[in-house]
Design a protein around this ligand. Structure first.
Ligand code: ATP
Length: 130
């Protein structure tokens, strides 16, 4: 499996099974899967690595391509659990919540604040899982 952002390759390793948050629902890919292409919601990509360990990666939405022997995920941002800065996510969550709670709501870009809130929530969810 490969998870790639515009900045770097975040994951490039063998996986036994890959679970990803497709726009139409969570899906799982095993070797030999029929090829398909889908958009992703933001959330967690989970996979079992070659040693049988479960791994969880935050992805901010994007695209996934499944081929019989490979899954490629392209995301605007993606982080391994150990690379998630929980304090930063918490600060982003509080900032977004404050914006959404603000009195002068007409000055707020709701879509943007809501998206920032969701990124922070999902980062915390992935980052806090041990
Ligand atoms: P912030 O407001 O804290 O910048 P954001 O949701 O706006 O959060 P993004 O635009 O999604 O941030 O990401 C910008 C870059 O920062 C990406 O490279 C992403 O991987 C990284 N990043 C963002 N938040 C975190 C975090 N909590 N821990 C680790 N890396 C992060």
């Amino acid at each position: 499996m490969e998870i790639v952002t515009p900045e770097k390759s975040v994951v490039s390793e063998d996986a036994q099974i890959v679970m990803a948050p497709g726009s139409l629902g969570e899906f799982g890919v095993l070797v030999g899967h029929t090829p398909f292409l889908t958009t992703l919601k933001l959330g967690a990509v989970r996979y079992t690595d070659a040693d049988g360990k479960e791994r969880s990666i935050f992805v901010s939405g994007g695209f996934a391509e499944a081929l019989p022997d490979k899954v490629t995920i392209l995301a605007e941002s993606a982080e391994r659990r150990r690379d998630i800065d929980l304090e930063r996510a918490k600060a982003a969550l509080e900032r977004a919540q404050k914006r959404l709670d603000d009195q002068k709501k007409e000055e707020i870009d709701f879509t943007r604040a809501r998206a920032a809130l969701e990124r922070a929530m999902h980062r915390m969810r992935v980052g806090e899982t041990r």
